[in-house]
Design a protein around this ligand. Structure first.
Ligand code: NAP
Length: 443
């Protein structure tokens, strides 16, 4: 591994093709024999530092259309939090089912799961049938893994019946020194960013792009009022930038003064601090409070000069969904990709049908959408929202920060990169956007 790192650090990328790939590498794993370790522990007290291990794992054999990538940096996504606390289900079931689909897929079915759905790094090897990528290419990877043997996936690859999220529903993810990806996950690394900055946007940036911008999602247009939950969080920090970049008007919902300040730094003007304003959409576990929906809607109108949201960017789920359906404008769209606070949603359907609103489900992004989202990063139109970076050995703490919502934007992880700030190629473009790139730092 050291030889690989030395070659990357010395900028001798052509040499990588002739340096042997190590038989094993260090990766962050959960263990199949520990899936019951948190039984009876309350949700918030399940601690990823106990379940995430840094193990030596065997390098998987390389199949057709695949690549092994030396991972310089990765990032924490909420899916790693879910995997690490074994909620709503342990991810070993995904690996077992995938493993049954073909002899090659059986590699993924292991008693360990190497997690992580983002990476920035350098291609080490490509499998048979790969022409677009070669050893030495500097890349980022999006997390859509598809087989595309079924007709359904050929209009929109997210519709492939064998669609999986790499590093969550497949093994050999990005929180490791080496990762196994399909080469149709690879995209050029944005040249003006360091490894950890380049790795951070991946999953959430692509998801927010499809959910908000793509015709497969809400198809946002200029002038749209967009209500964004968790506007300084992983998804929200990109949704806010897409709204501003696309001429829409974001109404950012956050839960602290610091998070409100970050939204201002991104250029948002209309901000609701849900903690300071004390919204309680549920009176108790079973009963919502429409009076609170109204108070929330009135606050949005106060900020927008009387307008309701054309689009509600949803992901908190149970806790907010009733309010989201209520506040969307007549004919408006609620677009959802998650249910952090609970997936059994309840809303008053009268407000949906009588006002001709639409609920759209959205999930990750197809290759084209992920590529477009990454292109906007590479052009300096959208910026990483990295707030903090941990070494690989402290991935458990990084995941705990996200689990406890004590983070801002994205939390990065250094894998092979020995320090932050490495890997920048285009210093001129970087200099032009340095303030924006560092917005989330040190908050
Ligand atoms: N389907 C997909 O493809 C996909 C892709 C990415 C993520 N996700 C899912 O989306 C969710 C969010 O991911 P993320 O990366 O954005 O996480 P994140 O970085 O933790 O950000 C989520 C934000 O949502 C807000 N929030 C959390 N609980 C809330 C609640 N009960 N009510 C209102 N706001 C709440 C918080 O902001 P404030 O406290 O400041 O309000 C938090 O910062 C996760 O469940 C994740 O698994 C799905």
């Amino acid at each position: 591994m050291q030889k690989i790192l030395d070659a990357i650090m010395a900028d001798e990328l052509d040499a990588l093709a002739s340096i042997p790939v190590p038989e094993s590498y260090r990766g962050v794993t959960v263990h199949a024999d520990e899936v019951d370790m948190f039984e009876g522990v309350p949700h918030k007290e399940k601690d990823p530092r106990r379940s995430l291990h840094l193990d030596e794992v065997r390098t998987p054999e390389l199949g057709p259309g695949e690549a092994l990538v030396a991972v310089m940096a990765s990032a924490i996504n909420y899916n790693t939090v879910w995997t690490s606390i074994f909620e709503p289900v342990p991810t070993f079931g995904f690996l077992r089912r995938y493993g049954r689909t073909s002899p090659l897929a059986a590699r993924h079915d292991q008693p360990f799961h190497v997690v992580g759905s983002d990476l920035a790094g350098v291609v080490l090897r490509t499998g048979p049938g790969v022409n677009n990528w070669k050893p030495g290419d500097e890349v980022v990877a999006h997390c859509l893994s598809v087989e595309l043997e079924h007709p359904d996936g050929h209009g929109d690859t997210m519709m492939d019946p064998e669609q999986r999220i790499w590093g969550f529903e497949t093994n050999y993810g990005g929180l490791a020194e080496i990762a196994l990806v399909k080469t149709n996950q690879l995209m050029p690394k944005p040249a003006h960013l360091s490894w950890e900055e380049a790795a951070a946007p991946g999953l959430v940036n692509s998801t927010a792009y499809r959910q908000l911008v793509s015709a497969n999602g809400a198809a946002m247009k200029q002038g749209d009022v967009v209500l964004i939950w968790g506007a300084s969080g992983g998804l929200g920090s990109y949704a806010t930038q897409f709204a501003l970049n696309g001429g829409a008007i974001p109404v950012c919902v956050v839960s602290s003064k610091e998070k409100a300040e970050i939204c201002r730094r991104m250029g948002a003007e209309l901000i609701i601090d849900r903690a300071a304003e004390g919204y309680r959409f549920w009176k108790d576990e079973h009963t919502q409070d429409p009076g609170e929906w109204k108070r929330f809607g009135a606050r949005i109108r106060e900020l927008t000069g009387g307008e309701d949201p054309d689009i509600v960017f949803e992901h908190p789920g149970k806790e907010t969904f009733g309010a989201s359906v209520y506040v969307a404008r007549k004919g408006g769209t609620i677009v959802t990709c998650a249910s952090t606070s609970g997936y059994m949603h309840q809303y008053d359907n009268r407000y949906l049908w009588m006002s001709l609103k639409r609920i759209i489900g959205s999930h990750f992004a197809n290759y084209r959408e992920a590529y477009q989202a990454n292109r906007l990063i590479a052009k300096g139109k959208i910026h990483p929202t990295l707030s903090k970076v941990y070494p690989l050995a402290e991935t458990g703490q990084a995941a705990l920060d996200v689990h406890h919502n004590s983070h801002q934007g994205k939390v990065g992880v250094l894998c092979l990169a020995p320090e932050e700030g490495l890997g920048v190629r285009d210093h001129e473009l970087r200099a032009r956007h340095l303030d924006a790139i560092n917005r989330f730092r040190g908050v």
